[in-house]
Unconditional design. Structure first.
Length: 184
């Protein structure tokens, strides 16, 4: 049974997919911590609903990234976290977390990497006009969306409605995250 921490900055639909997977038994694990760098983000509500402890912080109240990452890594240590799942955490992971949790941090990206890295993977692929979209889960290293790929799924779409496309990609993300956590 893996002890999971999920990091998120926004809505947290992937957080919920993972937490629900753990609750239902689809994931062989338990979410022991939600880490959120945006006080007020909806993921905090979702975490409450699942009874998951939340570490919410404002990065501006720290002197440096190393300082807030030290606080996070100390918390991960104290909860004996096995795997960190980034799910819409809109920050580059820095040296402190990589030194202490490297190889145990994974990220989900809403495009078929190495195509369309960065913060707007879906929009960039849509504007490019691809016909096959997708989702990637990869290990996190010091590069932007460049760590070793663990799993991918393709999402074919030839329509012109980006909202419909986003919904399809999010559904694919939720399924792939659950499957991938089990696979690791
Ligand atoms: C997802 O599309 C994820 O791939 C990206 O950010 C989004 C987060 O969505 N990194 P949510 O907060 O899990 O709903």
């Amino acid at each position: 049974m893996k002890r999971l921490a999920v990091f998120a900055s926004g809505s947290g639909s992937n957080f919920e997919a993972i937490a629900e997977g753990c609750r239902s038994g689809a994931v062989d694990g338990s979410v022991v911590l939600c880490v959120c760098d945006k006080p007020g983000a909806y993921v905090v509500e979702r975490a409450k609903r699942y009874g998951v402890e939340c570490l919410v912080f404002n990065p501006k109240e720290f002197g440096s990234k190393r300082e807030f990452e030290r606080m996070i890594a100390d918390k991960l240590d104290s909860l004996e976290v096995d795997l960190v799942c980034l799910a819409g955490y809109m920050r580059i992971i820095g040296d402190e977390l990589l030194e202490r949790y490297g190889g145990r941090i994974i990220n989900i990206h809403p495009a078929l990497l190495p195509a369309f890295p960065g913060a707007h993977g879906i929009r960039d692929a849509f504007e490019y006009g691809v016909k096959v979209y997708g989702v990637t889960i990869h290990y996190v290293d010091a590069t932007l969306d460049g760590g070793k790929i663990i799993s991918q799924v393709a999402v074919p779409y030839e329509g012109s409605d980006i909202e419909e496309l986003e919904a399809m990609i999010h559904r694919a993300e939720h399924k792939l995250y659950v499957e991938t956590i089990n696979k690791i």
